[in-house]
Design a protein around this ligand. Sequence first.
Ligand SMILES: Nc1ncnc2c1ncn2[C@@H]1O[C@H](COP(=O)(O)OP(=O)(O)OP(=O)(O)O)[C@@H](O)[C@H]1O
Ligand SMILES: [Mg+2]
Length: 228
Amino acid sequence: MSLTIESLSHQITDGHGQRQLLSDVSLAVGAGECIGLMGDSGSGKTTLLNLIAGLEPIQQGQITLAGVLMAQANDKQLSELRKQKLGIIFQQYNLLSSLSVQDNIAFSAKLAGRYDADLCRELAQQLEIESLLTQYPQTLSGGELQRVAIARAMSAQPKLLLADEPTGNLDDNNSHRVVALLMKLVKSHDTALVLVTHSVHVAATMDKRYQLANGQLTLVNQSPKRDG
Ligand SMILES: Nc1ncnc2c1ncn2[C@@H]1O[C@H](COP(=O)(O)OP(=O)(O)OP(=O)(O)O)[C@@H](O)[C@H]1O
Ligand SMILES: [Mg+2]
């Protein structure tokens, strides 16, 4: 399994006092498997991704990422785990404005000590951003930025890719195109994908869909087997 979550519970303290955000959440994601994560605003989707990424401490339960039990890892090991095994696509893209598109794509791979110029070229080609490589993020459209963010996350060949509403700022056409490209990429690299989305159409293209509500994670329904 690329990711295993066992009986994860998480409490937060907000203006209304203590609240159980996640109760006994379990999930297993295999290599190359694509999971759609849905749920109302404030239901805890981003918090769940942050816990998986080791960006928030685990209160209760266990998360195993690429064979590593996260609760047993120290800060240095967690940061190494993130660099080596995890790709993250943030809703706000988080590209580095001082770097060209090309250098943004290479960035995470270099950080992981796994830079492969051929792979970067191939990703740029597959995501149709070859003509943008020497430009800077400020000059790109939302759909272009999103595709660069995908290329950057994939260039380090992560075992697991977390994507938090990656199509939130895109129109229907572009969001379908970006998700189709993303699915094709993760499948061909055997990368597991957990994708947060508010779009039922985007969720419908994933292998499995989960709904987060009242702290509970529920499998919604299985998509019909696709050919090929
Ligand atoms: N560290 C924290 N301290 C207190 N409250 C928090 C903390 N992190 C998140 N929350 C609260 O937890 C709830 C869930 O937040 P989260 O960002 O996970 O929701 P979400 O499902 O991603 O929502 P959206 O769809 O709007 O992005 C929100 O009510 C938020 O205010
Ligand atoms: Mg969120």
